[in-house]
Design a binder for this molecule. Sequence first.
Ligand SMILES: [Mn+2]
Length: 326
Amino acid sequence: MDTFRALLTLFEQYQTFAISTHVNPDGDAIGSELALFLFLKKLGKTVRIFNTDLVPKKYQFLPYRDNIENAKASTDFRPEILVVLDASSRERIGTFLSKRLIPTHAVVNIDHHITAEAFGDHNIIIPTASSTAEIIYKFIKSTQIQIDEASALCLYTGLMFDTGCFRYSNATPETHRIAADLIEIGDFEPDEVYRYVYEHVSLEKIHLLGETLRTLELTADGKIAWVLVTQSMLNETKTTLDDLEGFVNQIQAIESVDVAICVCELPDGTTKISLRSEGRVDVAALAAEFNGGGHERASGCRINLPCAAAIKKLVASAKRHIQNNC
Ligand SMILES: [Mn+2]
């Protein structure tokens, strides 16, 4: 692929690199960073990784994670190239890094989000890829450099996380083939990676899930379901917005449900919405009505209204979408 050849040429031309990713980094963000780090090291480059947020506990099994430095450590470092991974905008890497980590030559933006902005000097945005890890995999494969065991584990973790363990519709046959290749290269057990990624849940999160499920409501036909998380619920259970990861999927699992909604009250009194669909309703289109975005089956938006009013509007729109599509 020409894009990859151009990227390799760019990488070969320069010597010092910084890599970063979005705040609250997930398995795809961290796995992609580490695999690209190892790749650039093999090219003999000076590479440093700077993240706004620490590597979450559950990703402490990833090799080379100690190379990820905090944002402030970048103060005296002027890379020639900054590679931003898995972040749909430059600001997503955090306020400090987006203002202070300025490369002398170019910003390279590699992402798979449909809503990704082309903020880089070079943009490799592939919305059909399951994950940024999948893009990094294909890039490395297009070069002479072999994917090593450590990189295979990092990339597999990225693939696993962004596909919800190969359950979401973004897990294409190609994604499965890549996963198989990585398992063969790597020296890891997929079930062990699964346990690290999905079975390291804090007790606080389980408490929040319990409280959240008590708020469950459905429309009379059972096709739309929603739960509500308030700031006081987060405070009482000592949890944060990050702990909501996966909640909306629990609601989507109810057999009658076409559209699942997780409604969260933000500190400023406005509302954050996560949407999931069984496939009959395009929730990216639904989110777009509220200036949000995402994929057909998984999307989100923010609504400048208190939760109760936001739910009312959203459920009304969802009903319209179901009438039109089902
Ligand atoms: Mn991703």
